[in-house]
Design a protein around this ligand. Structure first.
Ligand SMILES: C[S@@+](CC[C@H](N)C(=O)[O-])C[C@H]1O[C@@H](n2cnc3c(N)ncnc32)[C@H](O)[C@@H]1O
Length: 190
């Protein structure tokens, strides 16, 4: 089923999380006994299934994507994976428009898997949405291997580099870079 979701993602031109990154997401959700999770970038539902598998049985995944067609596929994948509709809250819209509507301190984990240029706004939102001890996870923290190359100055790499630096230097986060998939930057909210 996850293989199907990954192959549909490939067909529609999306980069779904790798099995290694998915396992890390499931682990983080389970370690935090996560009941409320926010995902930015539903895609075809690959990462959502991994998160749901790590969350509490009564947990709800709030997943946001600007593309209704991606979410239509994800909805089917969630059902085929055995999750009843009440386990997911699927919201169509841009992250910057939807995140302000979500409640403060109500979430255990925030997973960001959308365009890197929106990272700063998502990190700011996560600081507000997460309970103390909750975890932020940013996908793509290795910027395709360019993160450590000082010659790489493209907009995406610069944004990722600046976001990682800001989180590392912030008193609000305890971060660690997990070198799985495209790199997961995980950070516990202090
Ligand atoms: C890499 S795909 C997500 C893959 C998914 N997490 C998975 O592993 O199956 C990125 C998704 O983010 C969505 N997206 C891009 N920019 C967005 C934004 N500003 N707000 C919400 N969704 C966005 C895209 O439509 C796309 O479906």
């Amino acid at each position: 089923m996850l293989r199907t979701a990954r192959s549909i993602a490939h067909e529609v031109g999306l980069d779904a999380v790798t099995p290694g990154a998915g396992a890390a997401l499931r682990l983080l959700a389970a370690a935090g006994n996560a009941r409320g999770v926010v995902e930015i970038g539903t895609g075809t539902g690959v990462s959502g299934v991994w998160l749901l598998r790590g969350m509490r049985a009564d947990g709800v995944l709030t997943t946001i994507d600007v593309e209704v067609e991606h979410q239509r596929i994800a909805r089917r994948i969630f059902a085929e994976a055995g999750f009843v509709a009440g386990r997911t809250r699927i919201i169509t819209g841009r992250a910057r428009d939807v995140l302000p509507r979500l409640a403060d301190g109500a979430y255990d984990l925030v997973f960001v898997d959308a365009e890197a240029t929106g990272f700063t706004a998502c990190v700011d939102a996560a600081l507000r949405l997460l309970r103390p001890g909750g975890v932020l996870v940013l996908n793509g923290a290795l910027a395709g291997g360019r993160i450590g190359d000082p010659a790489a100055r493209d907009a995406e790499t610069v944004t990722v580099r600046e976001t990682v630096k800001a989180i590392r230097e912030s008193e609000h986060w305890i971060p660690a870079l997990l070198p799985v998939g495209h790199g997961l930057l995980a950070a516990v909210r202090c």
